[in-house]
Design a binder for this molecule. Structure first.
Ligand code: M6R
Length: 610
């Protein structure tokens, strides 16, 4: 989704801004722009539809330079993707603004400002901020004061950065509902919507909190809370690797991230398992006290993270002896639901900034849940800061829009949660030890399974001319089938559906013919015999099947069925293992189809608006 970078320095900041935008490309966007204040006090602006590369080319032809600047990648919400709607937006050539989020009362503000004589040059909601700041500056004594008065009039979500040509060498930033981080350099300061953008110039960051407004100059950062009180925000040293934004030897981030899974899982397990048990503190300092009381778990998430939650429901109810509900955040937040006694609310999110999940957490906090836990990959993100407990995933930065390593690490975290809650709810010491053992074996089992790479690449050819695909699984493999279908549709644009295979005869069987490939995930578990029957139902209707099966699952390839043997693994970790071939399959199909694997059309990495 939209990305923001800003800088105030003695040196020319144009390259810092463009490089920062390039590092935010993974978030998804349709246009990019930059505004820079030069030494003579002129505000220069360049905007382009398309990739940051196009903006860079424009700046090569007509360079802009100066020590204060802001830049933006836009993901259209109000107004089509076009140069006139790209940020930064200006008011009277004095004020420049970039903005993430949505201003809900922009129609009223626009007509009020038009009444005051302001002429709008775009269809965006953002432009009202520029004119409003300009208007408020007629009575306010500083840019900071004008922005403070302006944000009080905005309804909705914003992370915004403002520059005033007449007050050079300063940025004023404000946050409500859209994340912003301040980067501390030596004699220079930076702002961004994501610390990744600033890693080439600093590792020291402070995250703004909801309602904060800050004035950022070369020498100082002054932060004010929602009531206008001066406040300090912790400055932390980031340990995110500088090259997290590089593809290394891989052609796409997605492939790099698929192959990072053994390492990511190892990191997430390290120091969190001991003596055949899950260490409660993996979920936060005082987690033991809360986890010991849990009798019900309510999971909230979106997309891939929701599929992780769906899998966890099977684990928690079967092994941890607690009831569990799982719901999509955008549904949960707009319906009336009931809180079971001793309920733990669990949010799952790679980014920690997904607008619906965050809104659901805020709502749940008012509803009387015993406590909230987030399973999240981004330290300092909104979900981490606003939850009572946090399990930090340590998957490393995930850049590809299609979530891969974050999903398997989420599953590992949820398996650990099952062990931790189960320990207080009658899970035997043997079962706990078996769970821990299978988790410890996970990184090498994942490595072994990724060796299927070449077989799956060959298989992908069969899908290149297909319009549809059906994914089938049973039990805790049903959400894995859903995740496989999501991956395929997301990056190859092939329509894919997932069904619990027992549901086949209740409708989807009507779709089966030779043009409908059916992908089946078949570990060797107690549902295997049932799955065999479902496979026969498809075979009898002339369907062509691709079965990812345990080596002992007794499936054999023939004219109607290609069997891809998957290394044998403990039942508990099977959902993680069977995810891997489906990730590889969608990657190779997308490659053959020539789609934009890392930034699929219409999608954003972090969905920070509703
Ligand atoms: O950052 P989150 O985990 O909260 O994101 C949730 C979804 O937007 C995300 O998982 C999305 O479905 C992925 N693009 C799927 O690959």
């Amino acid at each position: 989704m939209c990305g923001i970078v800003g800088a105030v320095a003695q040196r020319d900041v144009s390259e810092i801004l463009v490089e920062g935008l390039q590092r935010l490309e993974y978030r998804g966007y349709d246009s990019a722009g930059v505004a820079i204040l030069d030494e003579q006090g002129n505000l220069g602006r360049a905007r382009r539809v398309g990739k940051v590369k196009q903006l860079r080319n424009a700046l090569t032809e007509q360079p802009l330079s100066g020590g204060t600047g802001i830049a933006h990648t836009r993901w259209a919400t109000h107004g089509e993707p076009s140069e006139r709607n790209a940020h930064p937006h200006l008011s009277c050539d004095d004020i420049a603004v970039v903005h993430n989020g949505i201003i809900e009362n922009h129609v009223e503000l626009r007509s009020m400002l038009q009444g005051l004589g302001y002429v709008f040059a775009s269809d965006t909601d953002t432009e009202v901020i520029a004119h409003l700041v300009h208007h408020e500056l007629k009575s306010a004594d500083s840019l900071l004061a004008a922005v403070q008065v302006t944000v009080k009039q905005l309804h909705g979500a914003y992370g915004t950065v403002v520059v005033d040509r007449r007050q050079p060498e300063r940025l004023v930033v404000a946050r409500s509902g859209s994340p912003l981080v301040i980067g501390y350099g030596v004699g220079e300061h930076f702002v961004a919507s994501d610390q990744l953008a600033l890693l080439p110039v600093t590792r020291r960051f402070a995250f703004l909190e909801e309602g904060d407004v800050a004035e950022v100059t070369r020498r100082e950062v002054n932060i004010f809370d929602i009531d206008g009180n001066a406040v300090e925000r912790d400055i932390t040293e980031s340990n995110v690797s500088h090259d997290a934004g590089d593809k290394g030897q891989y052609r796409h981030y997605m492939m790099k991230e698929i192959h990072e899974q053994p390492m990511a899982l190892q990191r997430t397990l390290d120091g969190r398992l001991a003596n055949g048990k899950v260490i409660d503190e993996a979920f936060g300092e005082n987690a033991a006290q809360l986890l010991s009381k849990v009798k019900h778990v309510q999971i909230i998430a979106c997309g891939t993270s929701y599929h992780a939650g769906m899998t966890a429901r099977y684990w928690l109810e079967q092994h941890a002896n607690v009831s569990c509900n799982v719901e999509i955040a955008s549904e949960f937040r707009y319906r009336r639901s009931h809180v079971f006694p001793d309920s733990l609310l669990v949010t799952i999110s790679q980014s920690g900034e997904t607008a619906d999940t965050l809104a659901a957490l805020r709502l749940a906090k008012e509803m009387g849940y015993m406590a909230s836990l987030t399973i999240c990959n981004v330290p300092g993100s909104s979900l981490v800061r606003e939850s009572d407990m946090a399990y930090m995933m340590k998957a490393g930065a995930e850049i590809g829009v299609a979530s891969t390593k974050a999903f398997t690490v989420q599953l590992a975290a949820l398996a650990m949660l099952t062990g931790a809650i189960g320990a207080y709810n009658g899970m035997s010491a043997d079962t706990q030890a078996q769970l821990v053992q299978s988790l410890q074996a996970l990184p090498s089992k994942v490595e072994q399974t990724l060796a299927l790479n070449d077989d799956i690449e060959a298989l992908a050819e069969d899908f290149a001319d297909k319009q549809h695909a059906l994914f089938l699984g049973r039990g805790d493999q049903y959400p894995i089938a859903m995740e496989g279908a999501l991956k395929l549709k997301e990056i190859s644009y092939i329509h894919a559906e997932a069904y619990a295979s027992g549901e086949l005869k209740h409708g989807p069987l009507a779709l089966i013919d030779a043009d409908m490939p059916v992908i089946v995930v078949a570990p060797n578990n107690e549902l295997l015999e049932k799955l065999h029957s479902n496979v026969e139902e498809v075979r009898a209707r002339g369907g062509l099947m691709y079965v990812f099966a345990d080596v002992d699952a007794k499936f054999e390839s023939d004219d109607t069925m290609k069997v891809i043997p998957v290394p044998h693994c403990d039942e508990f970790i099977a959902p993680i293992i069977y995810t891997l071939p489906l990730q590889l399959l969608s990657y190779y199909v997308a490659l053959i189809k020539g789609t934009d694997v890392d930034q699929p059309r219409n999608l954003a990495k972090s969905v920070t608006v509703e």
